[in-house]
Design a protein around this ligand. Structure first.
Ligand code: NAD
Length: 388
């Protein structure tokens, strides 16, 4: 149970790049990082517009002299301080992640980076090598993975409750971009511009979320080959897709699918993962994140609820309140940020924590690799490709 007692010796001195006033994702980063005093926001380059960034930073209680016009200035100036920043979260549009992440690691700081980490597997592996060389922690904000019933699902699979795993069906299929909303909405505009998002829209923006959940639930599963087809139903988005289907064969004979879609008219999110074993299946839906459906062949459906004693102990560790009270996305993100902080603290003490997991640099690399393979298949006429 999390009750606010400290989990890191001292709060980590923390800065943000991006996540400015009108951004979609900035607030949840700040809320998750600061919730249990694991991080203190002391600096930032919050906005692409330096004036707006400074004004916003000051209103977040950051000292005016530590609200910087850009991340490069921030890294130089903070390095001069005795008590300079120790970690940076990157919440800018996708095309900037690679260079900012590289600069932050080169400055010897820990990183939390938004997904996708970058555009190519080569770049991602370069960042992973750099993080290793500098001995720094990189967290990736696949925030849904912080839900407690995801841990329950992971334990159930590891303990053989489902039997042998045969099928994994995944989807993230919302309807918010069924029309060309990008003409009015700046946060959507860059998402459909290949110069800013690189080779993919919905595969990277949406599909990587349930794909990461599958890596959490089934850490040993390896993709052998994959087939992907992608479409731009709003024609102006071509060559970027607003819908994609991916079919995967795993090395143990299991099969998986991912439906990535932003034109599922009428749908709020429809992010789901269903894992089907030889004895039973489980299903999780992010619109009902405190519940896990457990279906044993021949028996009535069970809905497992967060915070209840019948769950595996590991699924109770991150509860902030007893079952029945809904927890949500902000708590899920806080759970991950807590683990980022614990890993950073341990790293600074020269220790490694083996009893916690979180989406780290490997998750960032694997997300980029998956998108790259999907795009390669789709752009070769939806042919099967060996997973590289
Ligand atoms: P947004 O367009 O709403 O906001 C981007 C912010 O970054 C703005 O404040 C902008 O001024 C700032 N910015 C842009 N370039 C900058 C630079 N060079 N230096 C400093 N600030 C800069 O975008 P968003 O929807 O918040 O997405 C940001 C990132 O978060 C994207 O990579 C996106 O994929 C990711 N995201 C992740 C999740 C998740 O669930 N993990 C959800 C939404 C968005």
């Amino acid at each position: 149970m999390i009750n606010g007692e400290k989990l890191v010796e001292n709060p980590i001195r923390w800065a943000m790049v991006g996540g400015g006033r009108e951004s979609q994702i900035g607030y949840i980063h700040r809320s998750a990082a600061q919730r249990d005093n694991n991080f203190h926001l002391v600096a930032g380059a919050f906005d692409v517009d330096p004036k707006k960034g400074k004004d916003f930073g000051v209103k977040l209680h950051v000292a005016a002299e530590r609200c910087y016009p850009d991340y490069k200035t921030m890294l130089v100036e903070e390095a001069k301080r005795e008590e300079g920043i120790q970690a940076v979260s990157i919440a800018t549009p996708n095309g900037t992640h690679y260079e900012i992440c590289k600069a932050v690691l080169n400055a010897g700081l820990h990183v939390v980076c938004e997904k996708p980490l970058c555009f190519t597997t080569k770049q991602a592996e370069e960042l992973a090598n750099l993080a290793k060389m500098k001995n720094r922690v990189v967290g990736i904000t696949y925030g849904y993975a912080g839900y407690q019933v995801i841990e329950q699902a992971r334990q159930m699979i590891a303990n053989g409750d489902l039997g042998e795993i045969r099928i994994i069906n995944m989807q993230f299929a919302h309807g918010f971009h069924s029309e060309a909303v990008e003409t009015e909405n700046p946060s959507t505009k860059w998402r459909v511009d290949p110069n800013i998002v690189g080779p993919s829209y919905v595969l990277a923006d949406l599909g990587t979320h349930p794909f990461f959940l599958s890596e959490v639930l089934l850490p040993k599963l390896k993709i052998k080959k994959l087939l992907c087809t992608r479409q731009s139903f709003v024609k102006s988005r071509a060559p970027l897709e607003d819908n994609a289907y991916t079919l995967m064969e795993y090395d143990n004979g299991a099969i998986g699918t991912v439906w990535s879609c932003a034109v599922n008219a009428g749908s709020m999110h429809e992010q789901k993962i269903r894992v089907i074993g030889s004895k039973a299946s489980i299903e999780w839906w992010d619109e009902h994140p405190n519940q896990l459906r457990y279906e044993i062949q021949g028996k009535p459906v069970q809905i497992l609820e967060r915070g209840m004693d019948y769950l595996y102990q590991e699924a109770l560790v991150d509860d902030r309140i007893s079952g029945g009270h809904p927890e949500g996305l902000f708590e899920a993100w806080s759970n991950l940020y807590t683990r980022f902080a614990m890993a950073m603290g341990a790293c600074d003490r020269g220790e490694t924590l083996n009893d916690i997991w979180f989406p780290g640099i490997e998750a960032g690399v694997e997300g980029v690799r998956w998108v790259e393979n999907c795009v390669r298949s789709a752009d070769n006429g939806a042919e099967w490709v060996e997973y590289q």
